[in-house]
Design a protein around this ligand. Structure first.
Ligand SMILES: [Zn+2]
Length: 300
């Protein structure tokens, strides 16, 4: 039986299942009724007039389509960002005014362009696209935007776009990448200190998450402990190798010619599930904080 008043069905699943049914409930128009869906594209244009502008948060999932070594598909960063968002939604109530925008599946992947299959958008294009999406969010009357990311290459542009949207539309824009969320230390401790520092691409962490989210796309027979040249520099250079004081403008082949860094051979679905679950929990908490954050946070 369907719940009343435009509520999302509790068993509703994002991405890949469009069978969600929910009441439209347009006959009565309470000021701020619960969302018909947590997905922006599943609302209809009239639903936006019922949003509470002081509370509603739009989430822009940012992924990439880029090489991830010999054992993982190009879709990793997109699968991961959607997996964490999906996990977060299970912790949200239908009354939580959070709207997930369409996932951006192409990102800034300059550092992976030497590898076949990588789809790369220029910085100029991405800044324009994300700014245009932000402008559309503002036009819909939504004043809070979270850019939620799974690809390290996107981070620099997220900073730029957040400030542009603040300047041009007075939006409250936060940027966050799943790996910077305060994930439970017992979950993070599943991975070695070296893995956290050097396993930056298609290593134990990303491979474990893929084994949890999309195991049919993982070729474990090709997974190895992929070394990184930055491990050598860390041993020989006190400042440029300390991982904090200086940053190399690297391309992936500078680290490893196979396009991966980290102990992918040590990956397990169990570790990945714990990571996705904990990241989802923390993202849900972040979203709840954003919902109650006052609009006076930015002064326009
Ligand atoms: Zn990745």
């Amino acid at each position: 039986m369907l719940p009343s008043c435009g509520l999302l069905r509790p068993d509703a699943k994002p991405w890949g299942e469009s069978k969600m049914r929910f009441m439209t409930a347009h006959t009565s128009t309470p000021t701020h009724q619960p969302l018909a869906s947590h997905f922006w594209a599943e609302l209809n244009t009239r639903d936006f007039s019922a949003l509470d502008p002081s509370r509603t948060v739009a989430v822009l999932p940012l992924g990439a389509t880029e090489q991830h070594g010999p054992h993982l598909p190009l879709s990793v960063d997109t699968v991961l960002v959607e997996g964490v968002v999906k996990a977060a939604l299970t912790h949200l109530d239908v009354a939580d005014p959070v709207l997930v925008l369409p996932t951006q599946t192409l990102g800034l992947s300059t550092e992976h362009t030497a590898f076949a299959g990588t789809l790369h958008l220029s910085p100029q294009t991405l800044i324009q696209v994300w700014c245009d999406i932000g402008a559309s969010v503002a036009r819909a009357g939504v004043k809070k935007l979270l850019m939620f990311n799974a690809h390290g290459g996107n981070v620099g542009l997220m900073d730029v776009v957040a400030r542009e949207l603040r300047a041009q539309h007075g939006l409250i824009v936060y940027s966050s990448s799943w790996y910077n969320l305060p994930i439970d230390s017992s979950v993070m401790d599943q991975f070695s200190t070296d893995e956290h520092r050097f396993g930056i691409h298609a290593g134990d962490i990303e491979t474990s998450m893929m084994l949890a989210l999309s195991p049919e796309r993982v070729t474990m027979s090709a997974a190895q402990n992929f070394s990184s040249t930055s491990q050598d520099r860390a041993k020989h250079y006190a400042i440029l190798g300390n991982g904090k004081s200086a940053k190399l403008g690297w391309h992936m082949q500078d680290y490893n010619p196979q396009g991966a860094a980290g102990d992918a051979a040590g990956a397990t679905a169990l570790k990945g599930e714990a990571l996705v679950h904990s990241a989802g929990e923390q993202l849900a908490l972040l979203l709840k904080e954003l919902v109650v954050l006052p609009l006076s946070t930015v002064r326009v």
